[in-house]
Write a protein that binds this ligand. Sequence first.
Ligand SMILES: C[S@@+](CC[C@H](N)C(=O)[O-])C[C@H]1O[C@@H](n2cnc3c(N)ncnc32)[C@H](O)[C@@H]1O
Length: 238
Amino acid sequence: MSPPPGDSAYDDRASIEEAVRLGDHRGVIGGLWTEIGELQMSFLKANGLRPSDHLIDIGCGSLRGGVHFAAYLEPHHYWGIDSNLSLLDAAYALEVPAAGLGARLGRDSLVCNEEFDFGLFGREFDVAIAQSLFTHLSANRIRLCLCRLAAALKPGGRLFATYFEAPEDHPWDEPIMHPQGVLTYGFKDPFHYRLSELKDLSDSLPWRLIWSGDWGHPRGQRMAILERVARTTVSGKP
Ligand SMILES: C[S@@+](CC[C@H](N)C(=O)[O-])C[C@H]1O[C@@H](n2cnc3c(N)ncnc32)[C@H](O)[C@@H]1O
């Protein structure tokens, strides 16, 4: 028996690859290329990102934010991971040269992996961003991401992760139409989460949720800032 299809729209590699082949590598990751790219950069800069930091961009896609980060950070301090090889290839073939970033970012800084295997980079990071990633992940996958990232981020390092928020009393099985026109679900992509759910996920691992709120995302995604707390085990046990 073959495994069931994944629970994210981005698990359909063939469709993503076809969109990329048709020249839509900017649209298939959500569009609003300039607006959401610049928003990520300005938010992280305003929240302490320094050129000397090593940044891991989780679910980096075709580098909508990546081209800004790679230009701001010192050469070879930007790293990206994504489950769709076609997006990484399009980014490196088209966006990196267009932005004049070839000397600042090597192709091997962009890794294709769907299980958050940050060990493939062979290094630690200071800061992480997951823009429009948790919106496409089930809770179990978010837990895996947090668990593995905890082993790759320096203690005190921060993860900036966007998500669609559900009110605490929202029925588990009912979708939400957000004011910006996006329909989200508790059980399928695009996912929404109660803040308490994210807190539960992070509290069971070496993470502390330090802030969440509106950060001006045009589609109404919230931003959560999590800090990697010093703890030696990532098993969830204290
Ligand atoms: C909406 S796009 C956002 C891309 C990028 N963060 C940006 O802001 O432009 C979501 C990205 O997450 C990637 N993704 C989904 N599931 C993933 C997983 N399990 N591991 C790594 N990347 C994943 C998708 O391939 C896609 O590129």
